[in-house]
Design a protein around this ligand. Structure first.
Ligand code: PMP
Length: 431
């Protein structure tokens, strides 16, 4: 039986789409390795990892096995008053892998929820310090942190269309997008010529408003959905210092960047910092299930628990879901087993090799690559329906937005896959 596309079109909302004038959706029959097979017969090389998540590709025998075995023990039990091996193993792994000092873990059900949790942690922390006025957040333009209300309030006000929700979302503080950009040549990273002028605006905002600021929240090094921008690690290093100087917490959102994507296990390692609170998600389960986590330091956790409530005030129904934790454990083991550093380094080399020549096309504003992320920034926004159909005909799955055609392929991709993905972008530009 084929998928009822008519029902899908008329009744089902897809991400950021219209129900009265929807763009086409492509029916997927199955997916395996780096390939997505459509019901209509096309087999597409995946360039998206299902939005940064499916790092080991699809239908992986070890991830399948983890799910099957766990389902035979228990698929779910409530986390209130109960605990289990998959959750304990996962939290141990997260504490071990994450920057030193992050020792306490809250398991959340999605990236957006882990951001809500992080923001609530920051607010409860300052309430416990009897500084309830510290309830605002400071962030940067071009950021993206999710679609729930608190997360949305710290997304870029223009991209995130704050005007639509302005009567409901809280107003926070925004500095310009971080700069300078990540140097194209990594050898230039250590040059000690970081111009402090890049920090002038955010420093000013901190000096004026620190009495009201609970935390700075930022995506480390890579701003994803808000622009696919890569910025200089020294900006983040400086932000860590500024947060300390002005007595505000630092939250980093590693939901997209975490688990190797930028060439470091966590992107904040580029800046050699430990944040006070860190959110992870997406690739944590290898793209199998929804799961995220918010990690924090002992100091923040103890302070929260010494406060008026005595507890941290959050507890979702599916917290610590054993299926999700088991597949996450298997996925994190696979990262190590597969030597993710080498996988990501190879992809980075191929992305550079096959995408950089595209920079010469007149329609192209910039080509940039970091780890297993490749971005072709165009001068004009793409016509979504046409480009999507073209890519499907070329046998690739690439989903651009605005002026950005970007690749974040599964780590198991081989050179021929990257060549094909980049070739399809080149073919579109030639057309
Ligand atoms: N933060 C960042 C940096 C993200 O890229 C995303 C998802 N695109 C989120 C938060 C929200 O995660 P989720 O979609 O799982 O709620």
């Amino acid at each position: 039986m084929s998928i009822d596309l008519e029902f899908d079109r008329k009744h089902i909302w897809h991400p950021y789409t219209s129900l009265t004038n929807p763009l086409p959706t492509y029916p997927v029959k199955s997916a395996s390795g780096v390939e997505i097979s459509l019901e209509t017969g096309e087999v597409l090389v995946d360039g998206m990892s299902s939005w940064w998540a499916a790092v080991h590709g699809y239908n992986h025998p070890k991830l399948n096995q983890a799910l099957v075995e766990q389902s035979q023990q228990m698929s779910h039990v409530m986390f209130g008053g109960l605990t289990h091996q998959p959750a304990v193993d996962l939290c141990k792994k997260l504490v071990e892998l994450s920057p030193a000092g992050l020792e306490k873990v809250f398991l959340a059900d999605s990236g957006s929820v882990s951001v809500e949790v992080a923001m609530k942690m920051a607010i409860q922390y300052w309430q416990s310090e009897h500084k309830a006025d510290k309830h605002k957040f400071l962030t940067v333009r071009n950021g993206y942190h999710g679609d729930t209300f608190a997360a949305m309030s710290v997304c870029d006000p223009v991209n995130g269309m704050h005007t639509l929700f302005s009567k409901t979302i809280n107003q926070h503080l925004f500095a310009s997008a971080p700069s300078p950009i990540f140097p194209k040549n990594k050898n230039e990273l250590d040059k000690a010529d970081f111009d402090q002028a890049h920090l002038a605006e955010i420093t000013q905002l901190l000096e004026t408003n620190h009495h009201n600021i609970a935390a700075i929240i930022i995506e480390p090094i890579v701003q994803g959905a808000g622009g696919m921008r890569f910025y200089h690690p020294q900006y983040l290093t400086a932000l860590r210092k500024l947060a300390n100087q002005h007595n505000v917490l630092l939250i980093v959102d590693e939901i997209a960047t975490g688990f190797g994507r930028t060439g470091k296990m966590f992107a904040c390692e580029w800046a050699e910092i430990t944040p006070d609170i860190m959110c992870v998600g997406k690739a944590i389960t290898g793209g199998y299930m929804t799961l995220a986590a918010t990690l924090t330091t002992t100091k923040v956790a103890e302070q929260i628990c010494n406060g008026q409530a005595g507890v941290f005030m959050h507890g979702p129904t599916f917290m610590g879901n054993p299926l999700a934790c088991s597949v996450a454990n298997a996925s994190l083991d696979l990262l190590i087993e597969n030597n993710w550093q080498q996988q990501v380094a190879n992809i980075e080399t191929w992305l550079n090799q096959y995408l950089q020549p595209i920079a010469d096309f007149t329609q192209v504003a910039d080509v940039r690559v970091l780890g297993a992320i490749g971005v072709v920034e165009l001068k004009e926004p793409v016509a979504m329906e046409q480009i999507q159909a073209f890519f499907v005909k070329q046998g690739v799955w690439i989903r651009p937005f605005g002026t950005r055609v970007y690749l974040m392929p599964p780590f198991i991709s081989e050179e021929k896959h990257i060549r094909k993905l980049a070739g399809a972008i080149e073919a579109w530009l030639k057309k």
